[in-house]
Design a protein around this ligand. Structure first.
Ligand code: KG4
Ligand code: ZN
Length: 340
């Protein structure tokens, strides 16, 4: 398929999103409804509520994406949809909707791996040379990929427990910062000048896989030691101590930055042939981490790329981008497309 116009849908977690893309015209629209306010009070995503919200929002969001792009359904050549991985109930809404559209308009359908979407998201705006290493860090995933070509990539390191974003969220919850934790931690850390007060554990130095659950435990026990947390009642005892919150946030952010750099060092040892590093996913909204990884690359004469924030957090633009190269490679699915 040559220069197709793509309509893509993303509903794997708590964002209902749609985008329209054509390689020659660019990203024509990228529309999103975030359910953050719905889940905030629970400190995390509630799957049942997420599915119901997707069901309400999917039709208006797709309609809006088409309207903003200046295209109609008749202009669309292929439909892309996130089919894995994600919350089953949420994925089903997007996939069912995409299949109904494809059937009604006799259009080809392409199921996209959400992680592949993130992995190539920096290429929406930048010409990133191959091969490169992609560091993906979001609320659900943390991994490093060796990216060899469009659609050709392999995992070189992944998390064996929590994701990096989850570490921000869970530790933020420990000290009552609210959800999602990442942006609040960044704000407080900036106010503390990104100083490392508590030197939290960086984990196993020679392990290429990520592990963040130990970090949460380390922060928890450090707080207990400082008589700031009661394990029995699971309550943070220094809620009014803004300085302590800043110090925890700053130490946490510096620690995660160090962990990322260390893992990238190990990845580079294994793959000295790479030409660039990309940093993607919700955590890549973090300006401090971007700066740290940018400097890391500069010292090694490597190019560094990270998407603008709208393409870091979950979005349908990245799904449209993957759908486009898959359509060009004639990698289509059919109406038996299922979720995973
Ligand atoms: O990619 P994303 O929107 O959703 C998933 O696919 O999981 O990522 C959301 C995650 C949350 O854990 C949130 O705390 C984190 O990204 N995040 C940040 C920042 N903004 C969002 N983490 C650190 N610093 C930020 N500025
Ligand atoms: Zn994601």
């Amino acid at each position: 398929m040559k220069h197709p116009t793509i309509l893509a849908i993303e509903s794997s977690c708590d964002e209902t999103a749609a985008a329209v893309y054509n390689e020659t015209e660019g990203m024509l629209s990228n529309v999103l409804f975030s359910q953050i306010d719905l889940h905030k009070q629970y400190g995390g995503v509630v799957p049942e509520l997420a599915s119901r919200s997707h069901l309400q929002k999917i039709a208006p969001i797709v309609k809006e994406a088409l309207e903003k792009s200046g295209k109609t359904l008749d202009d669309i050549d292929a439909i892309g949809v996130t089919s894995k991985p994600g919350l089953p109930g949420s994925l089903l809404i997007g996939v069912s909707f995409a299949k109904a559209l494809a059937y009604a308009k006799k259009l080809p359908i392409i199921g996209v791996n959400h992680l592949e979407g993130h992995a190539f998201s920096s290429m929406i705006e930048h010409d990133v040379p191959f091969p490169h290493i992609c560091l993906t860090a979001s609320g659900g995933h943390s991994a490093m990929y060796l990216v060899k070509d469009f659609g050709d990539y392999e995992v070189i390191g992944h998390t064996i427990d929590d994701a990096a974003g989850e570490a921000f969220d869970k530790i933020a919850k420990l000290i009552n910062l609210g959800y999602p934790g990442g942006p609040i931690v960044e704000k407080l850390a900036r106010e503390a000048n990104f100083k490392d007060f508590y030197n939290y554990t960086r984990g196993k130095k020679n392990m290429i896989n990520f592990s963040f659950s130990g970090l949460k435990t380390a922060v928890l026990y450090d707080l207990v030691k400082r008589e700031a947390f009661d394990l029995k009642t699971k309550t943070f005892l220094k809620n009014d101590d803004e300085q302590l919150k800043k110090e925890v946030a700053s130490s946490l952010l510096v620690c995660i930055g160090d962990i990322f750099k260390n893992k990238l060092k190990l990845a580079l040892k294994k793959h000295p042939e790479i030409k660039a590093i990309t940093f993607v996913g919700g955590v890549a909204c973090n300006k401090y981490l971007k700066q740290q990884l940018g400097d890391f690359c500069q010292r090694r004469n490597l190019e560094f790329f990270s998407p603008s924030p709208q393409y870091c957090t979950d979005n349908a633009a990245m799904i449209a981008f993957v759908t486009n190269y898959k359509a060009k490679q004639n990698k289509f699915d059919d109406l038996s497309l299922d979720i995973f």
